[in-house]
Design a protein around this ligand. Structure first.
Ligand code: SF4
Length: 883
């Protein structure tokens, strides 16, 4: 059995095929899908490891008690109606997610804006790409992505700005790598404060100071103009506002020297970049969270678009600004009005005629006519008691929203919290008065839109588990119970999709960019068989539209694109003597968002099993930090503990911490607890890339690790982190108080009623060292290693023993050393997650077989031959060993 569907993680929107052999599902890339042509990254390839029922929420709950669907729905409907009647429609809110399908999103937006009558619905996509939305609207009049992925193959210059695509959008990065292989003339510039893995493909790397992008691109605008690179015909016929934008660019970025100094770059590098941009017609500027997640994110977006408008490099093959969206359906959320400041189908809340059009189409009793609370403001409103009932769908704001401890407090104080989740335990679900069991990816039915406007069908390959239901169904049932039966009487997602398609074409006649009216009359069979296509998709363009603005027509009142005059601004909170370092946050290669799904996959846990902080060597010295030790990082907003990694790729004065860890996987690893809650004044997007922080060595009395077949709860430790292994859980531990008796402590922690338990132990009481191994029937059940410092044996060989049903004599002899016997090898930390190839194995092969290229490593070990995400690391090892 085979089902074609879409990867649920990032905005690349890769097509996948779920295959069933016997009782086992496997995942492979869909060679026919135009986003990925069969490629998958490590996360997509590991999807089959995330679909079991372990930890699933399968029944509705009210106040912790399992209830029927009717009771849960009636409880929510009654409370939302009561709060609305007593305190007005602004007192209720939805916080939704780019993980919802378009049909779910559409219904949620319709209920809040058209029937409750408030625009208090915002999405977690606010945190990842709302600055792009705002920048598009300012320049084009609409939130329109002009390009398509194929432009990456047709470009001669690709500029990656604030985008570690190698880790965050790996399949598009692989398309760039492939394109460079086939076209060695392709020049790639990477602009980023960190030397990320994406620099592996870069011909030029500009390690820009955080937040100085507007200066760099204003400088480019000025340079292009003074060098006579203005496309006069294009500017005259299709744009407006150049003079003001240019004047501002001249004032702020008068010379290359000024730009280089401000941005922390070499003059010659800025000159090379400007020269390459000037002389290359086919330029694609790719940008992502490094641009968007800033208090001047919208201005950054417009400073990039300005350069494309000046040169007329938009709407033609191989050129244009192209934002990579964060989540699989971030774009779908933008289409249906998931943001608190837009209506459905790219209609606008601040245009009375649009508001009127939507209300007539929905035949709704009321309609919101002003923007609601954006994400950060929404949780402030909850904290202040202005919002008294909030429904959170498919997202985990206690982990992902800046000032995350404040969000936690807000939900604790909130009168009524509803959470729709597929997972039983999340940091946010802890605060729910009502928990709705929603369908996870493998059971969902609907559509998503990726970064290039491509709508694809997501099809379920598993039946709904337990009593879980689709989000569109849950929302519609609550709407009906609130008294809106007629307008939410949907029987299937296809009905919702057709209604949405109809709205997109309603009184449109080419006046709006978003139009999928071709789909308004689909039969169920046609909906099921929908081929991936890029909107607009109309009767005139039934196959969809690869590039926008081909004819130079934009959706502004004049029909011309607008240059936006932008001034460089520093990030809101500068570093101080008390908080002297800049915190930058982002993703790691093998985890997704708050780990509720990727955290289940053993192979994905191996690459980065612990929250870490990357620190430049100079800062390591300055703050007395040690590689592999623990550090406390703190800001005015909160504090966390993370493992220290020395990194030459980090700029001095700034540190990097990944965004993924939460309280289910780490005691104190939620980085957003540190992040300042300042936002871009236009888009409302938070400044997740710049928070002033301090760092200090965290010195527990003891360190340790535990590998155990059984999950363990720790109540009194100062530090613990959990990672899923193959058949066991791995815990990194530390404590401020030594146990009086380590063997007794270990037995208290690990013992159960198993028969034939056999303990093998080593204790050096005076040195504070203890090693205990617990065997049941000659099978490794658990092992715990304690030491006064963080220097402990590697976990790899011990971890491999959990795959054995019986230990050998050699294994038993070596157990307490934590190292393999001479007859076995420790493969080292996993580098290639797809094939589970470890660092020691790669090093040994490079040395013993004199390997000099990643292709040779691939031939020898398969490492790097699937998703390619580890290729930069392989190159790093080659260069270290061959020089
Ligand atoms: Fe999924 Fe990876 Fe493709 Fe993104 S690049 S959609 S995470 S397989």
């Amino acid at each position: 059995m085979e089902v074609k569907t879409i990867c649920p993680y990032c905005g690349v929107g890769c097509g996948i095929i779920a295959k069933k052999t016997g009782n086992t599902w496997s995942i492979e890339g869909d060679k026919d899908h135009p986003s990925n042509f069969g490629r998958l990254c490590s996360k997509g390839a590991a999807l089959a490891e995330t679909i079991d029922l372990d930890g699933r929420l399968l029944e509705p709950h009210v106040e912790g008690e399992q209830v029927s669907w009717t009771e849960a729905i009636d409880t929510v409907a009654a409370k939302f109606n009561k709060v609305k009647e007593e305190f007005g429609p602004e007192s209720v809110a939805f916080y939704v997610s780019g993980q919802l399908l378009t049909e779910d999103y559409y219904v949620a937006n319709k209920l809040m804006k058209g029937f409750i009558g408030s625009a208090n619905i915002d999405t977690n996509s606010r945190l990842c790409m709302s600055s792009t939305v705002a920048g598009h609207k300012r320049a084009f009049g609409t939130d329109t992505v002009p390009c398509c992925y194929e432009d990456l193959e047709r470009a001669k210059l690709i500029v990656l700005v604030g985008s570690n695509a190698a880790w965050c959008h790996p399949v598009l990065y692989q398309r760039i790598v492939q394109s460079k292989k086939e076209n060695p003339d392709l020049f790639v510039v990477v602009i980023d404060p960190r030397k990320t893995t994406s620099c592996d493909v870069a011909d030029l790397f500009l390690p820009i100071n955080i937040g100085t992008d507007v200066m760099l691109f204003n400088g480019l605008l000025n340079y292009l103009h003074t060098q006579g690179e203005t496309n006069k015909l294009y500017v005259e016929n299709y744009t407006e506002g150049l003079d003001e934008a240019l004047e501002q660019a001249r004032q702020s970025s008068a010379s290359v020297e000024t730009v280089a100094r401000y941005c922390g770059l070499e003059i010659k590098d800025v000159e090379t970049f400007y020269r390459m941009f000037a002389r290359t017609e086919r330029v694609v500027s790719v940008y992502s969270q490094g641009v968007n997640q800033s208090s001047s994110g919208t201005d950054k977006v417009n400073s990039i678009i300005n350069c494309h408008l000046l040169t007329g490099r938009i709407g033609r093959p191989g050129m244009g600004p192209l934002s990579f969206t964060g989540q699989t359906n971030a774009m779908g959320g933008r289409e249906v009005g998931g943001l608190a400041n837009t209506l459905a189908a790219h209609l606008e809340l601040d245009k009375p005629s649009d508001v009127d059009l939507v209300q007539r189409f929905w035949k709704s009793p009321v309609i919101a006519d002003k923007a609601g609370y954006k994400a950060v403001d929404l949780f402030e409103a909850v904290h202040e008691g202005k919002v008294k009932a909030v429904w959170i769908m498919c997202t985990n704001p206690v982990v992902s929203v800046p000032n995350a401890d404040f969000v936690k407090e807000a939900l604790k104080k909130c009168e009524f919290v509803v959470v729709s989740e597929s997972v039983q335990k999340t940091d946010t679900a802890e605060f729910a008065n009502v928990l709705f069991p929603a369908l996870p990816w493998a059971e969902k039915d609907g559509t998503v839109t990726n970064s290039e406007r491509r709508i694809s069908r997501t099809l379920p390959f598993l039946p709904p588990a337990g009593n879980a239901k689709a989000d569109w169904w849950i929302i519609s049932e609550v709407a009906k119970a609130m008294g809106f039966e007629q307008s939410f009487n949907y029987q299937s997602p296809s009905e919702i999709f057709k209604e949405f398609a109809k709205l997109s074409g309603f009184e449109n006649q080419g006046s709006r960019d978003f139009d999928i009216s071709k789909y308004a009359e689909l039969s169920q069979a046609q909906y099921n068989e929908l081929e991936p296509a890029q909107w607009p998709i109309t009767n005139d363009q039934p196959q969809g539209t690869d590039r926008m603005f081909v004819d130079g027509h934009f959706f502004t009142p004049s029909g011309k694109a607008r240059f936006i005059s932008v001034t460089p601004r520093s990030p809101c909170n500068p570093v101080t003597a008390e908080y002297p370092l800049i915190l930058n946050t982002g993703r790691v290669r093998d985890q997704w968002h708050t780990m509720t799904r990727t955290g289940k996959s053993p192979r994905l846990a191996e690459h980065s099993p612990e929250p870490y902080v990357e620190v430049h060597p100079d800062d390591m010295k300055q703050y007395d930090l040690l590689e592999g030790s623990l550090a406390r990082v703190f800001s005015s907003w909160g504090s966390i503990i993370a493992r220290v990694k020395q990194s030459e790729t980090q700029k001095g004065g700034s540190i990097f911490i990944p965004m993924h860890w939460n309280n289910q996987y780490a005691l104190n690893g939620r980085v957003d607890a540190l992040v300042n809650p300042v936002t871009d004044p236009v888009s409302g997007q938070p400044e997740l890339k710049h928070t002033p922080v301090a760092i200090e060595l965290y010195e527990p009395v003891w360190h340790g690790f535990l590998l155990s077949r059984r999950d363990i709860n720790f109540s009194e430790l100062s530090y613990w982190v959990k990672a899923r292994g193959n058949g066991f859980s791995r815990y990194e531990l530390a404590g401020m108080q030594s146990a009086n008796d380590w063997p007794e402590w270990a037995r208290g922690l690990l013992c159960s009623s198993d028969n034939d338990v056999n303990w093998v132990e080593y204790l050096d009481r005076s040195a504070g060292r203890y090693r205990g191994v617990r065997l049941v029937d000659n099978r490794l059940e658990s092992c715990i290693f304690i030491a006064p410092t963080h220097e402990l044996p590697t976990r790899n060989w011990l971890a491999s023993l959990f795959e054995k049903d019986q230990l050998t004599d050699d294994d038993r002899v070596s157990l307490l050393t934590g190292k393999p016997p001479a007859t076995q090898k420790d493969q080292g930390k996993v580098v290639c997650a797809c094939f589970g190839v470890g660092e020691n194995t790669i090093i040994e092969s490079i040395q013993s077989q004199s390997l000099t290229t990643t292709d040779e490593i691939g031939k020898c070990l398969k490492a790097g031959t699937n998703c390619g995400s580890c290729v930069p690391e392989l190159k790093g090892l080659l260069s270290k060993l061959n020089h």
